[in-house]
Write a protein that binds this ligand. Structure first.
Ligand code: ADP
Ligand code: MG
Length: 400
């Protein structure tokens, strides 16, 4: 589960990590006022106006603008809000922007990268850091991986003091910066572990320009991206309160309401399956026969007829779907429930694309009979003898 930058900043602050002051706004006039407010309260001569969307790479897409007056803040806000934001991480058509963060501008001496994520290989959290932070970190990872340090973190003991020091020296922090950066690493590790995060990323973490008061500058987070483990949300009420359904793919949101696991993919064969393992093998076998799955849709073990009908509505609502493969191994989920849902979906929405159905398991005989009787009403339907036969039939339709 992703949250917005303005929410991430709130969490960072809760754990003691410094961020520049900022105000959330939803229109250009409010952005203008926010600039004045930040100037009055904190003496900020410069501010940044930042699009609040779940995608990153905003700086590169024109979603982060430096402004030097209230008037400029209004113009920048108007500009960002008036069109979809396209970044390397959004779909090609971009995403709508409805919220902006106006944050106090910081004089940057140097930008760093600091993140904690889960290392799937060692099965433990890992801290990743680089002195080459900022908007091109992906490029650094590709061309200059030596500039990145990876340090495993104990999920029980957290980050150790010696690790934080080692990382701080690797990054080239000097004088008071070492302690400031080390403290932020500990706070970030704490945030990550206590909130069941998958990713806690600060990019950039910056050292500010030296002043008389702070001859070594200060270390502060200018951007934060947090992502959390969906499976842990039952015990993370605070995190869940940050959920923004408008940022999710609408079909995925609808699926969630019905207890379906749905993920949209790039191919054109819609799949309806029960169980994640079966969904995986169904996608594999589609690919084996030269097809490309359009989605991953697991109706789960105990799906109701209503939920399965909704699943068909979701697949049929996707214009890229040119054929559908239903692969059900009835256990707790009964084949006749699926058959009834197919019949309802045929009546309600209609199958305008070929449909191949493979059913096995609990109540399969009843299901076959139901489908046999309904065949006249569903001319696009074919029955697969087994999974291979079903996959061959549906891929042949697509190829034709
Ligand atoms: P994104 O990662 O989506 O591109 P960031 O918030 O990291 O967005 O902003 C992009 C760049 O804008 C940063 O790398 C930094 O150079 C600059 N920036 C962001 N916030 C501030 C700020 N408060 N003051 C000064 N510069 C900023
Ligand atoms: Mg960033």
């Amino acid at each position: 589960m992703n949250i917005h930058e303005y929410q991430s900043r709130e969490m960072l602050q809760t754990f003691g990590i410094p961020v520049p002051p900022g105000i959330l706004v939803q229109n250009p006039v409010a952005a203008e006022k926010a600039f004045d407010e930040l100037q009055k309260r904190y003496g900020s001569a410069v501010c940044v106006v930042k699009a609040q969307v779940h995608a990153g790479g905003r700086g590169k897409g024109g979603g982060v603008k430096l402004v030097k007056s209230a008037e400029e803040a209004r113009k920048a806000a108007n500009d960002i809000l008036s069109k979809p934001l396209i970044t390397p991480q959004t779909p090609p058509e971009g995403v709508p922007v409805t919220k902006l963060l106006v944050a106090a501008g910081v004089e940057i001496e140097k930008e760093y990268y600091l993140a904690i994520t889960v290392d799937r290989v060692t099965a433990c959290p890992v801290l990743i850091a680089s002195s080459e932070g900022g908007m091109d970190i992906e490029e650094v990872a590709k061309t200059n991986p030596e500039a990145i340090i990876r340090e495993p973190i104990s999920a029980v003991a957290g980050l150790r003091a010696y690790q934080a020091r080692k990382i701080a020296y690797f990054l080239g922090f000097k004088g008071k910066q070492v302690r400031m950066a080390g403290k932020i690493m500990h706070q970030l590790a704490d945030l990550f572990l206590k909130n069941d995060a998958n990713l806690a990323e600060i990019n950039p973490l910056v050292v500010t320009k030296a002043t008389d008061e702070h001859p070594d500058g200060t270390v502060i987070a200018l951007d934060a991206k947090l992502n959390f483990d969906e499976n842990a949300m039952f015990r993370q009420d605070d995190v869940r309160s940050f959920e923004d359904p408008t940022e999710e793919e609408p079909a995925e949101r609808r699926a969630k309401q019905f207890g379906l696991s749905y993920i949209k993919l790039d191919g054109n064969i819609g799949c309806l399956v029960n169980g994640a393992g079966l969904a995986m093998s169904t996608m594999d076998i589609i690919k084996l026969h030269g097809g490309e799955p359009a989605n991953f849709l697991d109706v789960g073990g105990s799906a109701s007829e209503e939920a399965v009908t909704e699943a068909f509505r979701i697949i049929l609502g996707d214009e890229t779907v040119k054929g559908i493969l239903v692969n059900i191994f009835g256990g707790i989920a009964k084949c006749d429930t699926i058959a009834k849902a197919i019949i309802t979906a045929a009546k309600e929405v209609g199958f305008k694309v070929p449909l191949v159905v493979r059913l096995e398991g609990t109540n399969v005989e009843i299901a076959r009979k139901l489908l046999e009787e309904a065949k006249g009403d569903i001319p696009m339907m074919e029955i697969g003898k087994d999974l291979t036969d079903a996959a061959k039939k549906i891929t042949a339709h697509i190829a034709a």
